[in-house]
Design a protein around this ligand. Sequence first.
Ligand code: PMP
Length: 461
Amino acid sequence: MDNITPNDMTAIVEADRAHVWHHLLPHKPLETNDPRIIVEGKGMRVWDQKGKEHIDGVSGGVWTVNVGYGRVEIADAVRDQLVKMNYFAQSAGSIPGSRFAEKLISKMPGLSRVYYANSGSEANEKAFKMVRQISARQHGGKKHKILFRHRDYHGTTIACLSAGGQEHRNMQYGPFTPGFVSVPHCLEYRAHEQGLAGDDYGVAIANEIEKVILREGPDTIGALCLEPITAGGGVIVPPKGYWERVQEIVEKYDILLHIDEVVCGVGRTGTWFGYQHYGVKPDFVTMAKGVASGYAAISCCVTSEKVFDMFKDDHADPLGYFRDISTFGGCTAGPAAALANMKIIEDEGLLENTIQMGEYMLDQLWALSEKHEVIGEARGKGLFLGAELVKDRKTKEPADEKMVQAVVADCMAQGTIIGATNRSVPGYNNTLCFSPALIATKDDLDQIVASVDEALGRVFG
Ligand code: PMP
């Protein structure tokens, strides 16, 4: 804020109010309340236009700034790259593009090709298009359907919404793209609502995927697209046995496995990728948010050599190759930032910190549940955590969405930014979400949990 005067700031706020259409916010409240402008960030903390300090419990609001704010080494890497060579279409390569692809693939055994794009939605669209083209070339277009899971989210475009398992996000945006088919969510805490509660829930709920495949016809299903751990749908950690059974099913029916690591990717859960906790073998892995921690826009659709090879004879056929481009997939700022981001994670041991701090915070959330009946379950992996709020622990009736949002607002007033599932799955917008930067210390996490403690006390009494 150094060289911005109070008058400048007033003008900035008014320009924002007059001209910026904010994401995910209704207009009306901003007519009377000032929009929040985030002016500066350092480590785990940000400052707004009034100079108020906030601890950020959700890494830029949407689980993005994995290595924290104010990383001069990333800014320097981007600057150096931009003055040398900022952009050329990805029909040509770039120095950071090659280097980052090599580095990334070194963390992803079994995968080998990186397709660059800009956003999580776009990376998912690339995978969907590859599946459709493989179907067109190898199966006469029949194996074109893509399975997705209830409560998962894959992005904001119409095809991604067609693969979206959060009804609130889809309402009023139809009609949708055909060929996307839903399978049930795997939230064990709510297994009773699916009539499947029991020790073998993980296998039982994965078997529901097989039932959908058999109903639709296995020769019509091209891919299964899943988040490794569902994010905005309620921080859903798949139950024991689930992923093993999923892997068997996709192999049995020759279905490509697409894992959406847009949230879990690049360290969030304490491994490089969320799927690596489960030993599954994906054909596609898409990633975005944490790839460059928000220092540049970059996303990647990473594929196996098996997928790449399906386009092998493309030169002989004018329609054979992947006729796709992402203009800004050629920006070199993305891979330059991503390389520097990965170096920080390695040099500072942030995967290890994420595992330790994640366990610590999960314990703290469970401890909080002893005091606040409203916490039905705390769950998560690494620094990717949630606390599901319920009216009654026995019936597990979800807490009222407005009260859950009141907890978020109370925390915000205290200078602590947390998130909550919000207008995503009707009736189940009742989970508080936490995704602090991977640099978090016990003191940082204590501060976040203390704010939640106070807020829960005030909102639920
Ligand atoms: N997949 C998942 C799991 C996400 O959470 C998101 C964004 N919240 C997306 C895809 C879409 O990413 P983007 O907003 O960058 O398009």
